[in-house]
Design a protein around this ligand. Structure first.
Ligand code: NDP
Ligand SMILES: O=C1OC[C@@H](O)[C@H](O)[C@H]1O
Length: 411
């Protein structure tokens, strides 16, 4: 249960994120903001880019491309976006716009590779949703191409930019809970409320599945907290989307890291309690060490709510365990950037812009990190018997087809 004070604090943070104080563009950038285009009027785009951009003085979301004209128009109007591309080849036509500097790609997973390749080809920097592509091989090819084009490409593992998960890492590294032995990540979304049966996550051909959608985070967090990659997957089970033989709406897996067992328990379709009571999504992450444990609730979206509970063996404490709880909405170090109302996505945007400006971001998801994460996802799909996800065979044409430059401005 959330207390009254925590609820008021949550409302304050939420309101400030949506109505941020005015800021001046940073002098090094002058009056020229980074102009972002969005491919696809996706559900996540407002949280992941449009709202964070409101408080970033150097970012303007200037273009949206979407297949469906009515949906696209409604999106443009709602978010006050200058340029709209819909109708024929909308994504290509947005990429053709020389005024767009960077694109945010939140298309279905199975389309990430193709559209990120196309965007890079057209000279755009790319903020790419997770999981980066459909296979480690395509992720590798994509990052090689970005390097060749000298463009910034990053997989949007937003949770990693927030101080909460970084505080957990700091606690582990302080030695307070001793050498870590296990990590348990549970990620669970109640059935039918947030995701309808036709959701992209339930479609094999679009790169769906709980391991692709949620497992990518669980594996990423395990790799980050252990500072290593899995050596082996020792067990793995799946709960299939009814009527399919290859797409998981739920899954479990145990991954062996050096000295650590990582377990994940994923549900895109968690049944309601007694069939009648739904509950909120749950994302707890627990790390157990030789001397104690640390648990971060809601590790994926800690800016909404979270607590970090540290329990350490202590003979003098009642029941032999000393327990304390903390929160980390903002970096402790005053030299680091961040506000307590920044979302994971706002921290991520700050880093992306820092990279474009040639500054050192506080946190970054490297190409090697993204490739290793896809490799681990593939290990899990191999162990559970579902096998590789459908791999995009997209190849850039020798002359990339250029669409019309016509932009519909109908605000
Ligand atoms: N970082 C985060 O917190 C989150 C990340 N994600 C990631 O973002 C991506 C999108 O997720 P989400 O916003 O939930 O998805 P949506 O279904 O809301 O959006 C996907 C978009 O893809 C476009 N699209 C293009 N081709 C297809 C197709 N064949 N079928 C369906 N859609 C198509 C649609 O755009 P249009 O019709 O407008 O052109 C649609 O708006 C995924 O990669 C997911 O993993 C998702 C949720 C949270
Ligand atoms: O990235 C995500 O984060 C939140 C989840 O609800 C969602 O399924 C996933 O795509």
């Amino acid at each position: 249960m959330i207390g009254f004070a925590a609820l008021i604090d949550l409302i304050r943070r939420y309101r400030t994120l949506h109505n941020p104080p005015a800021t001046e563009p940073e002098s090094s950038f002058g009056p020229f903001p980074i102009r972002f285009g969005i491919l696809g009027a996706s559900r996540i785009a407002p949280d992941a880019l449009i709202i964070p951009a409101k408080s970033h003085p150097d970012v303007v979301v200037s273009a949206i491309a979407a297949r469906d004209e009515l949906k696209a128009l409604a999106f443009k109007r709602k978010h006050n976006i200058e340029s709209l591309y819909c109708g024929r080849n909308p994504y290509e036509r947005l990429l053709d716009n020389p005024d767009v500097d960077a694109v945010y790609i939140s298309l279905p997973n199975g389309l990430h590779f193709e559209w990120a390749m196309r965007a890079l080809e057209m000279g755009k920097h790319v903020l790419l949703e997770k999981p980066s592509t459909d296979t480690a091989e395509n992720t590798k090819r994509l990052f090689e191409f970005a390097e060749q084009r000298n463009l910034v490409l990053m997989e949007a593992f937003h949770y990693r930019f927030h101080p909460a998960i970084q505080r957990v890492k700091e606690i582990i590294e302080s030695g307070e809970i001793g050498a870590i032995k296990s990590i348990d990540a549970k990620m669970s979304i109640p059935a039918s409320i947030f995701l309808k049966p036709d959701d992209i996550r339930f479609k094999y051909e679009l790169g769906g599945g709980s391991i692709m959608d949620l497992g990518c985070y669980a594996i990423h967090a395990m790799r980050y907290l252990t500072g290593s990659d899995p050596l082996e997957v020792t067990s793995a089970t799946v709960d299939l989307v009814p009527g399919t033989t290859n797409v998981d709406r739920g899954a479990t897996a145990s991954l062996v890291f050096p000295g650590v067992i990582g377990s994940m328990d994923l549900h895109l379709y968690r049944p309601w309690k007694w069939g009648i009571i739904p509950s909120l999504p749950q994302f707890p992450l627990k790390v157990t060490g030789e001397k104690g444990e640390v648990e971060l609730t809601f590790f994926l979206l800690p800016h909404m709510l979270h607590s970090i509970t540290v329990s350490v063996q202590d003979e003098k404490a009642p029941k032999g365990v000393k327990v304390r709880t903390e929160q980390a909405f903002k970096p402790k170090d005053e030299n680091m950037k961040g506000e307590d109302w920044w979302s994971t996505y706002r921290y991520q945007l700050e880093a992306f812009v820092d990279k474009l400006k040639g500054r050192t971001p506080q946190t970054w998801i490297t190409p090697e990190d993204s490739i290793a994460n896809m490799e681990a996802i593939e290990m899990v799909y191999k162990k559970n018997g579902l096998g590789p996800r459908p791999k995009s065979e997209f190849m850039l044409p020798p002359h990339f087809p250029r669409g019309s430059d016509a932009v519909l401005n109908t605000l």
